[in-house]
Design a protein around this ligand. Structure first.
Ligand SMILES: *Cc1c(COP(=O)(O)O)cnc(C)c1O
Length: 247
């Protein structure tokens, strides 16, 4: 028996995959190069389960406590043990602001942390990543745009931080992530994405083995893919509007 509430997520997921494929084709790229992370912050477990059943392999979460509660709720369904990184089922990506007092839990429970923006955070994650797990995949979050308050390492400091993070034993530096300022004009969306793509290529040229350019959300995934994104993080377009209030 299928729950009617599960249908919309599967249908939305299909539509997002088509948008990704169309954007890739328009850019002369192979759609298989682009990894879709479904951003499930504030979304209920039932919606996440529906997305997993529909084939979603990567989930993004912004709050450690909320994410761990969902992993534990989904764990039995996926045949994994609560308290450990899931052996099967989706990969979990932490994409929110990470406080120092949450790094131990993040290091133990997530497969990726995409929001590393300072050395201290990276050092804690490396030290706290359990030795029996593979190195934690990380991206540097880069501050793209004008607002001084936004998270992320400034563009001018990103190369130095990248080289430091790349040397930490229990981390694997995979690439860069950004949340550019919201824009409706596709040309302006592309201009922000291009800044991150240029930095990404410069770091590769510098000898860092990076394979992940994480940019593109529900409203700008076409622009991000046109500029070379290898990973898009899609919330609203996959799960619908985020429910208000505490989860
Ligand atoms: C919420 C969020 C997303 C997804 O945003 P949508 O506009 O809902 O697709 C992607 N990345 C980060 C870092 C987010 O916080």
């Amino acid at each position: 028996m299928t729950d009617v509430s599960e249908r919309p997520v599967a249908a939305r997921l299909g539509a997002v995959r088509e948008r990704i494929a169309a954007a890739a084709r328009a850019a002369g790229r192979d759609p298989a190069e682009i990894r879709l992370v479904g951003v499930s912050k504030r979304q209920p477990v039932a919606a996440i389960r529906a997305a997993i059943d529909a084939g979603l392999a990567d989930l993004g979460e912004n709050f450690v406590q909320e994410a761990v509660a969902k992993m534990d709720a989904l764990g039995p369904v996926l045949g994994t043990v609560p308290g450990t990184v899931p052996r099967t089922g989706p990969k979990w990506h932490f994409i929110g602001a990470l406080q120092s007092n949450k790094t131990a839990v993040a290091a133990a429970r997530f497969d990726w942390v995409q929001s590393v923006d300072r050395l201290k955070l990276a050092e804690r994650l490396s030290r706290q990543r359990p030795a029996e797990l593979p190195p934690l995949n990380v991206c540097l979050q880069v501050h793209i745009g004008a607002e001084a308050s936004k998270a992320g390492v400034p563009v001018a400091e990103a190369a130095a931080l990248a080289h430091q993070v790349a040397g930490l034993p229990q981390l694997r530096l995979r690439g860069l992530m950004a949340v550019p300022p919201p824009e409706t004009d596709p040309a302006r969306q592309r201009a922000w994405c291009r800044q991150l793509a240029e930095l990404f290529r410069a770091l590769q040229h510098d000898g860092l083995a990076l394979d992940t350019l994480s940019m593109g959300m529900s409203d700008d995934l076409e622009a991000a893919i046109a500029e070379g994104a290898t990973m898009v993080r899609i919330g609203t377009a996959v799960f619908g509007p985020r429910p208000a209030g505490p989860i």
